[in-house]
Structure formats: C-alpha cells, structure tokens
Design a protein around this ligand. Structure first.
Ligand code: NAD
Length: 471
C-alpha cells in the first residue's frame, strides 16, 4: 500500500521504517529542514536499535523522504500522523501541529484517504481532525479518520513496533478498520515472523499479536490510560521503596514478592529517580486535563506526579547525606538519557538531577553512551562530557548512576575504587549489586535498599533527614 507518514521523529521514523519492512511503499515527511536534510543524506538521526539497519534496507526502494506533505498525501491511500503533541503551559496537549497537518492533508484529498492518528492525543481528536478536514474542503465521502495509538518504548522501538503486545485500531467505519487490518496483515497473519530476514523479536513475544478493534474515542483513551497506569506503577514502587528505606527492608525483595502475583506483574516495578521522557510527564498532565474537562477530578494522577518529582529530591538528599557539603565537589555521572537505549533527553530525570547539583556548585563530569550531544543542547558547558565511564570517575568525590544503561553493570569495580577520591557510589537506578559493592569496600546508596557504608559506621544524619523524620 502507498503510505505517507507525517512527522519523522522518534515515532514517525520508526513507524515508517517498520511499515516499509512489512512491504508497504512509504514516504516519510518532515517539515524540519535540518531533520529532512539528515534523512535525505542517508543518516539515521536518532539512536535506536535496528533502525539504521531498516533504513539501509529500504531507503531508495520502499522508503523515501519528503519535506512537504502535499505530493505524498496525493499519492497515498493511508496517511499516518505522527507529529508532536507537546504540553501547553496549562498541561494540556498542544494540538496545533495535528491541526495544521489536518488542514494540509485536506488540500491533498483527491481520492479515498484514511488519515490515521499515531500521535498521542486527547479523546475527540479524531473527530476534530475530521471536522477540520471538512472545513478545509475535503469531501466527506473521500476520507475517514482513525486512531492507531503507538505503544513503542524508545530504546527498543523497532522490536516493540514489530512485536507489540497488541495492535489497537480505533475506527468508526468498516472501511477504515479493514484498511488498518490490511496495513498490519503481515503481522496479524504471522507471515512477517516467518521471513528469514525478519528482525528478531523477544522470546516472550505474542506472535501473531492480538488486534483490538474499538471506536476512535476508546482508542484515544486506551493510550492515555495505559501511560497513566504504567507511570502509576513506577510511582507506586517508588513510594514502597521510601517505606523500605524507613524500616530497613529491601525493595528488591518486596518487589519480587509483589511482582510474582500474576495480577500485578513484575514489569515497571523498578524504583529509581523517577520516570521522564517525552511521554509520561506530558501524557499524565494532558490526561488529567481531559478528565477535568469531562468534570472528573483525577487526583490519583496528581499524586503519581508528586511522588515522581519527590524521587529526585530524595536522590539529591542521598548525595548530600553522603558528601555533606556539595559546593566544589567533583562528581562522576553515568547516564544522561531519560532511559537506556536512547539518546533522548527530553524530561530526563538525570538532567534535572545534574542541573540541581550544578546549581549547588558541584563540578560534573558526565558520560552517556548515546545522549551526550543532546544533553549538551540543554546543559551547555555547565558540565564536562567525557568519552568513557572511567574518565567520568577519575578523581571524583563520588560516582552517581542516573540512567540504567546495561553497560554500567560491567564496571570494573576494583578500578572504580582506585579511581574515585572517596569510595562512594550513589545509584539512582539500583543497577549494581549491593552485596558486591560491600565486598569491594564501597559506601553504596541506592533506592529502597539498605545503605552500605564502607567504614562500618553509619552516615551522620543530615538536617534533611531530621526534617523528614519530623514530618
Ligand atoms: P518528535 O518531536 O520526535 O517528532 C515529531 C516530528 O514531527 C518532528 O520531527 C517535527 O519536525 C515533525 N512535524 C511537526 N509538524 C510537522 C508538519 N506540519 N509536517 C511534517 N512534519 C512535522 O515526537 P515523537 O517522540 O516522535 O512523538 C510523536 C507523537 O507520538 C507524540 O504525540 C507522542 O506523544 C507520541 N508517542 C511518542 C512515543 C515515544 O516514545 N517518543 C511513543 C508513543 C507515542
């Protein structure tokens, strides 16, 4: 099928490459001249496993690029809209990019088109897109608007797209639903997974994936509700971790005890410095705004967000608790991306922690396997960016782990011990094994697990601890 994908960001680019992988002829459109130039030059602009391989495989054959949407829309039967939906100051979703694309698409409706929302949007957006297109001259019988929310995670986006837990298609007409089924047919009938050159999926993948057909409104709500629920799981375990710290329990044990209950599940139950990224923070506040507009005060979401913000403060208190004063301290930082496997630093809790430490007068040497360049766009030269884990650690007063990159697990701890000025490691992602850290003689502080203190003495209380205790 001829398909246009409008917006070639983290979602559009992955969706376009994967749709080409399924056998469709895809044009990826982006109106950002810099992004278009990079894509047209054959470069993959983001760090994402398997994506360079898919772009190389299909570029110039089933995949092409454009910087304006009129021609691609005219030539396509299906048009995916994957532009950004950033938050407004009030926390609602800014739908101006979606609206402007809808207006432009209307001008290109020369025969039947299915316009498919991939962006995460509030309920009623599909209906608004339909209305905008009608107002801009698209004949009513020549188009449908559907919703096909995307559940991929950055870092594993290609595999998530091709091996989803489910495909949700929200459509208000049979024609639209059937066209969406047709687009995903190689996945739904399992034929893609039998191909010798298929991108390999996880052993746990549901193959073929189930299809959930809904109305457009339900599909829009499924996406917001899913993200809100996942964020709630993270905040829940972070709150549990706080209690573990107060009573000297180990959150890993509690987590195992909770997560093995099939009704709960063990995924997204990892405590840390909180969730971030371009989705959870904005989608939670947009969902709360949607609820408010419907007359429902979704206070649970507020609490999820409050717990998340509090995690960063808790981590900063740990740093102060281990180092006493911060001004002039040199800290080695591992991780700037909002999660592992990506170069995305949007709403990264690691960046927020680094900014707070810089504001308190710390000198930061940071290493991230993929996100340093994007971090530089936010942090500028307030931080030194180094090319290896050990350069970040050399001569530092303490080591902080802020992103769960798996390569940090392979640290040579004897070398770390020698390189650090003081043997202090504060792990905001519970990436390292506390017992191993004890054996190597570190003071090791993590989230929701008992402190390991190298000298065998306990850390002196800080004023922050005292005020916490007095609450
Ligand atoms: P992004 O900012 O990386 O990409 C959006 C792209 O759209 C940009 O490249 C921008 O230049 C382009 N664009 C904007 N207006 C355009 C126009 N008129 N014509 C052509 N291109 C235009 O955003 P993203 O992370 O890919 O997210 C896109 C949407 O998908 C959002 O609604 C987001 O919530 C949702 N989503 C994101 C993820 C994720 O992990 N990033 C996962 C699921 C859903």
């Amino acid at each position: 099928m001829n398909i246009a994908v409008i917006g070639s960001g983290y979602v559009g680019l992955v969706a376009g490459a994967c749709l080409a992988e399924l056998g469709h002829d895809v044009v990826l459109v982006d109106n950002d001249p810099a992004k278009y130039a990079v894509l047209a030059a054959g470069v993959c602009p983001i760090h994402e496993a398997h994506l360079p391989e898919l772009l190389d495989r299909h570029r110039g054959k089933r995949l092409s690029f454009a910087n304006s949407l009129l021609e691609p829309v005219r030539a396509s039967r299906a048009i995916f809209v994957a532009v950004g939906t950033p938050p407004t100051i009030e926390g609602e979703a800014d739908l101006s990019y979606v609206e402007s694309v809808a207006r432009e698409i209307a001008a290109g409706v020369n025969d039947y088109k299915l316009v498919i929302g991939k962006s995460t949007v509030p309920v009623y957006t599909s209906e608004w897109v339909r209305r905008i297109m009608l107002l801009n001259g698209a004949p009513t019988e020549l188009f449908d608007v559907a919703s096909n929310p995307e559940f991929l995670r950055e870092g594993t986006a290609v595999v998530d797209f091709l091996y989803p837990d489910r495909i949700v298609i929200g459509a208000n007409s049979l024609a639209a639903a059937n066209l969406l089924r047709e687009i995903y047919r190689p996945m739904l009938d399992g034929s893609y997974y039998g191909r010798p050159d298929a991108i390999p999926g996880p052993s746990t993948a549901k193959v073929p994936p189930p299809l959930i057909a809904t109305s457009t409104k339900s599909a829009e709500l499924i996406k917001y509700a899913s993200n809100a629920f996942l964020a709630m799981k993270i905040s829940f375990i972070n709150a549990v971790a706080t209690i573990c710290e107060s009573v000297g329990a180990d959150v890993d044990q509690v987590r195992e005890g909770i997560g093995t209950d099939a009704r709960i599940g063990s995924r997204f139950l990892f405590p840390g410095i909180g969730y971030g990224g371009s989705c959870f923070p904005k989608d939670l506040s947009a969902y709360r705004a949607v609820a408010r507009e419907c007359g429902y005060d979704f206070r649970l979401l507020e609490e999820v967000m409050r717990i998340n913000d509090e995690q960063r403060q808790r981590f900063l208190r740990k740093v102060r608790g281990a180092l006493w004063t911060l001004k002039g301290k040199r800290l080695g930082v591992l991780g700037l991306a909002f999660k592992d496997g990506t170069d995305d630093v949007r709403e990264s809790p690691a960046i927020a922690v680094v900014e707070a430490l810089v504001a308190e007068g710390c000198e930061i040497r940071a290493y991230d396997p993929a996100a340093a360049e994007r971090a530089r766009e936010i942090l500028g030269d307030k931080v030194s960016y180094v090319a290896s884990m050990y350069e970040a650690i050399e001569g530092a007063d303490a080591l902080l782990i802020l992103t769960e990159w798996q390569e940090f697990k392979g640290l040579d701890l004897a070398r770390v011990r020698k390189s650090l000025r003081y043997p202090i490691v504060i792990d905001g992602r519970n990436l390292l094994d506390a017992e191993v850290m004890r054996r190597h003689g570190f003071t090791y502080l993590s989230m929701g697990r008992p402190d390991i203190v190298s000298s065998g003495e306990s850390l002196p209380a800080t004023l922050a601890d005292a005020s916490e205790a007095g609450k």
